[in-house]
Write a protein that binds this ligand. Structure first.
Ligand SMILES: NC(=O)c1ccc[n+]([C@@H]2O[C@H](COP(=O)([O-])OP(=O)(O)OC[C@H]3O[C@@H](n4cnc5c(N)ncnc54)[C@H](OP(=O)(O)O)[C@@H]3O)[C@@H](O)[C@H]2O)c1
Length: 395
């Protein structure tokens, strides 16, 4: 490997993708961007292509790809569709693929990158949620390293350095608790998309922001941790930590707990993954604990935030159940954001679809995508049958 790392960024127009390019920008000469992918944001991709000059760009929409080709001429090859994004994920010469597409749409390209033996900086937690067993198995076979970008998993990964897996007693994932930590059930009924999109600590894409407000994001992270660190679900605990200074912790058999702390900024875990196993100097504000003063922790309220238990249930029932949980949640979040579903109905839709599913063992990534499609249809039916015509107070 040369000193310049060849990078592919899947989802370069998103929040993580943009932060990744900021990190790349601050280390001139360390990285070469070989391929970028986006969904539909042609304007931003055009600007990114002009700045980073990748060999290949892929967009999910052919219309968007045609428009990009028209604007940039033949300076960069532009492809489209899932196959185009997979082509970008496996482009020759890449040392690392940053997986930052949102949702289950990230699975096939991430899987392809892992199968091709690329190291993967994984932000797209859904890949592990929906197909963790086969993704991890594939990475063992191909030699691909999956390095977490999610701040909690990056914290755990950092706390594991130099320690033995068999010495882990417990993984403690911290959660800010989101914007509705202190609302009572009646207030939660009235939550609007605008309120839910206003996260107190992190600036993120739409789906993960809503999932942070329902705590489904933490549930997905429990499933992600189960596969990433090969630990049983009962060894993964979630603690509310509103200050978001400790990003997660590992307790060892000698009762030591090792925590990773920093001001919340995704550039830190992104940079850690890009430079791993080294650390690189970052121009971020220093964490002065005397300014923070107090760090507080509490148990999540599982009655007000039932999504967390749904995630543990998906792990317990195993197989394709987590893919169903994820797909139903994606559909329910869209419906909430579009004003078709109340906030508190999101976990009800997810549970309704899970109740309809008998999990199958996961053998193949395309089968998982079939189950994903089934769960999306069922989620739309549940929304239509159980929630159509209900008047939301925020409309
Ligand atoms: N944001 C954070 O701070 C954060 C922290 C931890 C983990 N994560 C995880 O990182 C992933 C990305 O999150 P984000 O917040 O960056 O999301 P985001 O801002 O919504 O960006 C999503 C990216 O995926 C692309 N995309 C969406 N649907 C696609 C599809 N069907 N096919 C191909 N590309 C598609 C989007 O393209 P266009 O915009 O061009 O349409 C965009 O580039 C998620 O899995 C999330 O859970 C995010």
């Amino acid at each position: 490997m040369s000193d310049v790392k060849g990078l592919v960024i899947l989802g370069s127009t998103g929040s993580i993708g943009r932060s990744t390019l900021e990190v790349v920008r601050s280390f001139p000469g360390s990285f070469r961007v070989l391929a970028l992918t986006g969904g539909r944001n042609v304007d931003l991709l055009e600007a990114q292509v002009r700045e980073f000059r990748p060999r290949l760009v892929a967009l999910s929409s052919e219309d968007a790809a045609r428009e990009l080709r028209r604007r940039i001429g033949d300076r960069t090859e532009v492809v489209s569709g899932v196959e185009g994004i997979i082509e970008a994920a496996t482009v020759d010469g890449a040392d690392m693929v940053v997986s930052a597409i949102s949702g289950a749409a990230g699975l096939l390209p991430t899987f392809a990158a892992v199968r091709a033996g690329r190291d993967v900086a994984l932000a797209n937690k859904e890949s592990l949620v929906v197909a963790g067993s086969i993704l991890v198995e594939e990475s063992r076979k191909s030699g691909s390293r999956i390095i977490p970008v999610d701040s909690e998993h990056s914290a755990v990964f950092q706390a594991l350095q130099g320690n033995r897996k068999e010495d882990i007693r417990r993984i403690i994932l911290t959660a800010s608790g989101g914007p509705f930590l202190r609302l009572n059930p009646a207030e939660m009924e009235k939550v609007t998309p605008r309120e839910a999109l206003n996260h107190p600590r992190w600036d993120m894409g739409v789906r993960i922001t809503i999932d942070s407000a329902t705590l489904m994001n933490k549930g997905l992270e429990v499933i992600e941790a189960r596969w990433l660190f090969d630990v049983e679900p009962e060894s993964i605990q979630v603690l509310i930590h509103p200050e978001s200074i400790i990003h997660s912790m590992v307790e060892y058999i000698d009762r030591s707990i090792i925590a990773q702390m920093a001001w919340p900024d995704m550039k830190l875990p992104i940079s850690y993954a890009l430079h791993y196993p080294e650390r690189a100097e970052l121009n971020l504000p220093p964490l002065c604990l005397e300014d923070v003063g107090r760090l507080t922790f509490e148990e999540p309220d599982r009655a007000r935030f039932p999504s967390l238990d749904l995630a543990y249930r998906a792990l317990e029932e195993g197989g394709t159940m987590a893919a169903v949980l994820n797909a139903a949640d994606e559909v329910a979040v869209d419906a909430f954001v579009e004003g078709r579903l109340p906030f508190t109905a999101i976990p009800k839709v997810v549970e309704g679809v899970m109740d309809l599913h008998s999990p199958l063992q996961i053998t193949d990534v395309r089968e998982v995508m079939e189950v994903d499609r089934w769960a999306r249809e069922k989620a739309l039916e549940v929304i239509e049958n159980r929630f159509r015509g209900v008047k939301w107070r925020h409309l």
